[in-house]
Write a protein that binds this ligand. Sequence first.
Ligand code: GCB
Length: 595
Amino acid sequence: MLYPIRNAFRDILEINSLWKFRVDSEKKGENEKWYNDFESDIEIAVPGSWNEQLEELGLLHYVGLAWYSRKFFLPTHFSDKRIWLRIGSADFSSRVWVNGSFAGESEFGFLPNEMEITTFARAGQENLIVISVSNELDDDSIPQGITADHYTNENRMREETNPPTRFDFSPFGGIHRPVIVHSTPATCIRGVRVNTSIANSLTGKVEITAETDGKEFDSFSSELIDAKGASVSRSSPEEVALRTELIVNDCHFWSNDNPHLYTLNVALHKDGKTVDQYSLKIGIREVRIDGDKLLLNGKEVFLKGFGKHEDFAVIGRGLFLPLVIKDFELMKWINANSFRTSHYPYAEEVLSYADNRGILVISEAPAVSLDFRHVTPKTLENHRQFVQRMVERDYNHPSVIIWSIGNEPNIVGDEGYYDGSGRNYWKEVFDFTRSLDNSRPITVPNCTRAGLEDPVFEFSGVLSINRYYGWYEYPGNLKLAIEKLELDMEELHARYKKPILITEFGADSLAGSHSTSLQMFTEEYQAKLIEEYIRCIESKPYTIGEMVWNFADFRTPQHFRRVVLNLKGVFTRDREPKLAAFKLKELWNNGRKVF
Ligand code: GCB
């Protein structure tokens, strides 16, 4: 799936800003044909979640259906083109109508919903887009949903959150990423996949595969352009196959220290004329696990970073570019080199920026806290489809070095998970992911409750663990916490002989709260816990990284253990540094291991 671009053959029109909005808690909109437009005097900004924007209308914790509508003028020059509509993400599911005709739907939040609208759209006229968005989830969806009844029936009332979720982040609803109408020629490039490798220390290899729609072409070409605009390698335009290999001499490989990007131009030709062209930035690099090491271009890399969230005041989960810039500046400031897109794929704009800035990314599918007592064949099917779409979307980003295809399965600690059903499930999802991409390691972070018997370890290339000793277990007791952490790491490594990544560890701290003793919730306790974890993690030769939970405080569903936000951020929600941020900056100085 390609990000829309503008060039001599393609155009884009962003349909963001203010949309008309209406809540449909009774789900009557389709019967009443709201897709032909509906009455409302409420407006909402796109991208952005409805929760905090429209809190005063009672939407802070709203889970249900809502409708968006927007009129827009489609320029006349779109008339001889194919026209597409792409919603960067509408969470968690959406249905779309253009000028009253049903155009498409998606059950996959956090990913683009793209559809062809050539037959519905009217160039040179005003058009109407209506989108219904729901943030409801169920047993079949990825992530899975939960209801208040589940908690009661399972006698887990003390775990109940409001709204009920299986995860610890707000189930924000809304259109969260840009809505773009774009055009392509009748015969067009619809997919490009790039595999890069190092032929020798001076030479890079780029294998390109393209997918097209339409038959009106007789050749395909590709060309790599360097930062100065000079051509560094090109295929012969006679190439009919949609597959080609380019060799780059004097190659500048992409790495976190030197995130060198080339522009790849691919084109279709007919009778000697170009009929479509697509361009994207690529980085030439190789990722590999060798024994207990993670290698980038053959050199060991140790991940120092965070689990993050797409979360900010008012805009909620909406893409907010100033925040993307700020977060990357803060990651550079603190000497981090990586982050995990916990617990869902982030906006493509974020990944492109990571490519530019040389920040390494673990891209995650939102199969968070799967409860195997409620997993259905449809859950598995949705999980596979989700991974397929995520891999397709993010494949070409050099920054993406690891796939995480879930997080903390069996957080409820159910025995049934170990009877082979959990293993079969994960085998299938891992095998499937590997069949889509065998160039990157695949992992699933494990939680303490699922234990070291968790079947995800058998299939993971990197063993990822989330540990909260010193917080949820052994609160306030850092000595015991570190002993437990060390035991887990040693046993895990002895059993599986694979590298270990600590994908989560941390403590809540209330900015401004201090103590001279070890006292939970103070900035000192958070900083000390992080420092002790890092000392232990870095003392082990088989660890490949440490990711602090979390980069910034973030909003969660209501629960007695959360004071509005999860406070494990080393930055506050508005990005002010806590004590732990200064500690990390010092510990991560120059990207060297300090212990
Ligand atoms: C976890 C989860 C994460 C939570 C975190 C916490 O294990 O993966 O989503 O936010 O713990 O703070 O409890």
